[in-house]
Write a protein that binds this ligand. Structure first.
Ligand code: NAD
Ligand code: UDP
Length: 333
């Protein structure tokens, strides 16, 4: 494949850093753009120095709510906090990131004639009445709830993508990403996988929200990144669901983590957050048939890898409490 110049917004975050590493490994010139709200350059580990010295990797600290001019062939637009705890920290900023950020990236794509992929989300289906979720389902989203800065923000971002495509002929790709987990998740991410694993490793009870009967379908990050690359390099605009279609309850997730750590785990029930979807599982027919996408990493293996990653991170973290969304005033703008 001919090396290209590729911009990854949100490139220092969980999925973004895994994507940057893959694209860099394929020989592309990678420009990682991030405001470091939830992302961290340490996600690149020891590879960072060599990547920068190779001249094929650049980091730009920038906020996508501001426009930017830069020469690129492709844009993976991921910038946006993804954990409910993080996106609800500053909801106005979250919707600005989704709407203004996507508008700016589309403006850039138009100016330099770049193909652009939006990291949208299963949250566009809200608390779904259709199960499993197919791409033609329009969703059941509360427009004024605490999740709407994210859900509705992503829905507008999708609208902008398709309007730029129809009106300006911009080559677009829209991925609807379902719950993804794995190495480079932030320790204070606040999502269920990182919470449960960190709690298990610290000998704390696992915080199950509600009865724990709600379901999610968890995708390991390398599978998801593979899907993103297939979508970008294929011929379909999407929207296309990307994830893993193995659906489990939160109590079953506790059991999977228990099996992996090998010791009995205690749980404590906490209130269910507002508008928390009851069931979620992607219909992957489109991804499988149109992209040849096939998520390979079983939950058992993915959980094992993620435990290994958090074990190392917790060693450096020490005894300090893990509190999600303790961010600096700079991120409140
Ligand atoms: P993350 O929070 O780890 O990464 C988001 C990155 O975007 C961070 O590096 C953050 O600093 C950066 N960012 C946030 N606001 C920004 C701004 N205004 N300007 C520049 N950078 C900004 O989250 P993630 O899990 O890696 O998610 C990446 C993308 O994938 C997001 O768009 C998210 O909505 C989407 N997604 C993720 C999941 C999932 O399960 N992880 C599911 C659905 C969709
Ligand atoms: N959840 C939980 N305990 C936690 C964090 C989350 O039981 O410590 C539940 C949450 O209520 C939801 C599911 O796990 O039903 C997935 O939550 P997450 O924040 O990971 O992602 P999302 O709700 O966006 O799918």
């Amino acid at each position: 494949m001919k090396p290209r110049s590729i911009l990854v917004t949100g490139g220092a975050g969980f999925i973004g850093s895994n994507l940057c590493l893959r694209l860099f490994g394929e020989g592309h010139h990678v420009i990682c753009l991030d405001n470091c709200f939830t992302g961290d350059l340490r996600n690149f580990g020891d590879a960072y120095r060599d990547m920068v010295l190779s001249g094929r990797f650049e980091f730009i600290r920038h906020d996508v709510t501001e426009p930017i001019t830069i020469e690129v062939d492709e844009i993976y637009h991921l910038a946006c906090p993804a954990s409910p705890v993080h996106y609800q920290y500053n909801p106005v900023k979250t919707i600005k990131t989704n709407v203004m950020g996507t508008h700016h990236m589309l403006g850039l794509a138009k100016r330099v004639n770049a193909r652009i992929l939006l990291a949208s989300t299963s949250e566009v289906y809200g608390d779904p009445h259709v199960h499993p979720q197919t791409e033609d389902y329009w969703g059941n989203v509360n427009p004024i709830g605490v999740r709407s800065c994210y859900d509705e923000g992503k829905r507008v971002a999708e609208t902008l993508m398709f309007d730029y495509h129809r009106q300006h002929d911009i080559p677009i790709r829209v991925a609807r990403i379902f719950n993804t987990y794995g190495p480079n998740m932030a320790i204070d991410d606040g999502r269920v996988m990182s919470n449960f694993i960190c709690q298990a490793l610290r000998g704390e009870p696992l915080t199950v929200y509600g009865e724990g009967e709600q379901t999610r379908s968890f995708c390991y990050v390398s599978d998801l990144v593979d899907g993103l690359c297939r979508l970008m390099n294929g011929d379909n605009t999407g929207p296309i669901n990307l994830g893993n279609d193995g659906e489990i309850t939160m109590l079953e997730l506790v059991k999977a983590i228990e099996d992996s750590v090998g010791t009995p785990l205690k749980i404590v029930h906490k209130p269910l957050p507002q508008d928390d979807p009851v069931r979620r599982r992607p219909d992957l027919t489109k991804a499988r048939t149109l992209l040849g996408y096939d998520p390979k990493v079983p939950l058992e293996e993915g959980v094992k890898q993620t435990i290994q990653y958090f074990r190392k991170l917790l060693k450096d973290w020490g005894e300090r409490p893990i509190e999600a969304a303790r961010r600096t005033p700079a991120h409140a703008k």
